[in-house]
Design a protein around this ligand. Structure first.
Ligand SMILES: [Fe+2]
Ligand SMILES: [Fe+2]
Length: 185
């Protein structure tokens, strides 16, 4: 199945806006620990659950596909590309660890909260700077491929899951997270 590259790129840009909202929420909850408050661990875990099942599982493979297309069509525009795989892998690993640690705290394990919260803030920074690189540089390279007339992308190998928070239907387990982001922003 082929898709319009511009449409796929538009979806990636929208995903970034959604992720940015969740990272703001994650950062705010994490900072509560340092402001003598109690972070909402359940909400933080919900954010990380989303990150591992949508951005890591759908958004990043979609980007990998679009960057592979760029590599085929405009190989001269692929400087720095080896960092993309490293970034996606490390974001997924950090995210999975954080999600597990937050689940353990929720279940009553004696993990040090400030260590887990520091990990959460590190995750926020890593993902933010990765997205910024894509928006300011990589996505613009894709724009130039589209301007050159390369408009179709074979998407048959891509996972076809819809966004469980920002998609057409909010998955039940993300109901609380959805309420919180729609109330705050
Ligand atoms: Fe990416
Ligand atoms: Fe991205």
């Amino acid at each position: 199945m082929h898709n319009d590259v511009a449409q796929v790129l538009g979806e990636l840009r929208q995903d970034h806006k959604n992720m940015a909202r969740l990272l703001n929420l994650l950062e705010r909850e994490s900072n509560r620990l340092y402001d003598d408050g109690e972070p909402d661990i359940e909400l933080m875990r919900d954010v990380m659950h989303y990150m591992t099942i949508y951005p890591d599982a759908v958004h990043h493979p979609k980007e990998d596909r679009i960057y592979a297309e760029l590599k085929n069509v405009r190989p001269e525009l692929t400087s720095g590309f080896s960092r993309i795989t490293v970034d996606h892998q490390s974001i997924a690993e950090q995210g999975m660890k954080l999600r597990n640690d937050l689940s353990l705290i929720e279940a009553g394990a004696m993990l040090k909260r400030n260590t887990v919260v520091a990990d959460a803030l590190r995750y926020v920074n890593t993902l933010r700077s990765h997205m910024q690189w894509e928006e300011l540089d990589l996505f613009r390279r894709v724009d130039s491929m589209i301007r050159d007339g390369h408009k179709l992308l074979d998407t048959s190998e891509l996972p076809n899951a819809s966004d469980p928070v920002f998609g057409p239907g909010v998955e039940k387990r993300f109901g609380r997270l959805f309420k919180r982001i729609t109330a705050e922003f």
